[in-house]
Design a protein around this ligand. Structure first.
Ligand code: TRP
Length: 455
């Protein structure tokens, strides 16, 4: 059987941890807070939550259904279900998207490594003001050598795990560390919400100001919901393809979505109170979290130790995410192009490292990339927008069209429920996949194209 040679998760738990490992990462702790801060706070958070449940959960289930049924990578899955059509191209777009996301994600992950180093050997736990912290951060990201080298190091770590294959590598890495991460975050959140002035941050995060909603806010919220759940490029197709036959897949899918969203909100509870307490502007862009967090550590008892624990765990959370990104791309080359896992892993890691360079140099090191050749947006943010918002949104849209109107909701349900475990509210699932997701995402994307408000 295909599944035996492709490897499988050791059980439902193994899957939940690995899928949660993919979902939980810099998307929750770095991307969510800074995107919320750029988009006005509460209203963004509300729309994000609506998208997680109305679009994210149905898409998670759809991807998992396709993966379980076909036991293939995203391209092979569409070839198996609808041979001789254009659908495999959608899988192909997903593969490209995964590769591109890996290349900029690794840059942020590299920053995390540097903060881990700083927490152990240097000053990360000592910085008390946001200004000091900001200076440390600017020096790091503007360093033309350090930033690329750290991103290479991170891709190398990813490649080492992916080369080992699914259950030996990916699963073991997620098993203990995800729960530990949760505990550390919870403690930090308690510290943060009890800082002087914390209520302002809580209000900013949870009190929607509807006048702040623009099409840009809506796209950012949709992109964030999909990015955070690792959707829209086939990662969950690939992960679903390793799911054991007899286990409860619908339940596992929903649990992953709930975990992921809780971690993002927890990160929000850490960042926003601390930010208002330290007098930092929430609209600080991709560096926001890196500047704000050190000010929290300096106010915690044993702050150095906390900082070490936090950056170690964040690096690992990022690693379980980059593993999923690389794994999808590798599984495509292994299954469809018959490369060896070894060759696919090293060549793709090399490619991603090269493609990471312009992003790594776009935060002040090289003017050309800082403005993307005069476009007025830095290369990293541009990649984050194109792949993290637009490509994932387009992928999710087409996936819902595929499941709702081509493959069919009954076929998807049959695959999801093939172990005999039922999806509760399956009629709602059908309605969301067939109507809500395609119409909502379709309108958003068309509106963007018509009004040309891309960034
Ligand atoms: N979800 C991860 C995070 O929040 C990032 C990620 C991993 C991802 N795999 C993905 C995003 C696939 C989109 C698609 O950090």
């Amino acid at each position: 059987m295909a599944s035996a040679s492709r490897g499988q998760w050791s059980g439902k738990f193994g899957f939940i941890l690995a899928a949660a490992g993919s979902a939980i990462g810099l998307g929750n702790i770095w991307r969510f807070p800074y995107t919320a801060g750029e988009n006005g706070g509460g209203a963004f958070v509300l729309i994000y939550l609506v998208f997680v449940f109305a679009i994210g959960v149905p898409v998670v289930l759809s991807e998992l259904a396709i993966g379980r049924k076909t036991e293939r990578n995203p391209v092979g899955a569409f070839k198996a279900l609808v041979p001789g059509t254009m659908w495999p191209w959608l899988g192909g777009l997903g593969i490209m998207t995964g590769f591109a996301i890996l290349s900029f994600y690794a840059v942020i992950a590299g920053w995390t490594l540097s903060y881990l180093y700083g927490a152990i050997f240097g000053t990360v736990g000592d910085v008390t003001t946001a200004a000091e912290s900001g200076a440390v951060f600017s020096a790091l990201i503007g360093d033309a050598w350090l930033a690329p080298v750290l991103s290479f190091a991170f891709i190398l770590l990813t490649a080492i795990v992916v080369r080992g294959g699914v259950s030996s590598g990916i699963e073991k890495a997620s098993k203990i560390l995800m729960p530990v991460l949760f505990v550390v975050l919870a403690i930090m959140a308690v510290r943060s919400v009890t800082l002087p002035g914390a209520h302002e941050g809580l209000e900013y995060l949870f009190k929607p100001d509807f006048s702040k909603i623009t099409i840009g806010v809506v796209v950012a919220a949709l992109g964030q919901a999909l990015f955070s759940l690792s959707l829209g490029m086939g990662a969950m197709i690939t992960y679903g393809s390793y799911f054991p036959e007899k286990e409860n897949l619908p339940q596992a899918g929903v649990i992953v979505a709930i975990f992921d969203t809780s971690i993002a909100l927890l990160a929000g509870l850490i960042i926003f109170p601390a930010l208002f307490s330290a007098g930092v502007d929430p609209n600080g862009g991709p560096g926001l979290v890196f500047v704000v967090l050190p000010t929290v550590f300096s106010q915690l008892p044993a702050g150095h130790l906390f900082a070490i624990g936090f950056y170690a765990l964040l690096s690992i959370a990022a690693l379980t995410s980059t593993i999923s990104l690389l794994e999808v791309v590798v599984s495509y080359f292994v299954d469809e192009k018959h490369w060896s896992r070894e060759k696919a892993t090293w060549l793709l890691a090399l490619g991603a490292s090269i493609f990471a360079i312009p992003s790594a140099l776009s935060q002040g090191a090289v003017d050309f990339f800082t403005t993307t050749g005069g476009l007025g947006i830095d290369f990293l943010t541009l990649q984050n927008n194109i792949w993290g918002n637009y490509s994932l949104s387009f992928g999710a849209l087409m996936l819902c069209v595929f499941v709702g109107w081509k493959w069919g909701v009954p076929a998807a349900l049959a695959s999801l429920e093939s172990s005999g475990h039922k999806l509760p509210a399956s009629a709602l699932f059908g309605f969301l996949v067939r109507y809500v997701c395609p119409v909502a995402v379709g309108i958003i994307l068309v509106y963007i194209v018509i009004t040309q408000q891309y960034f």
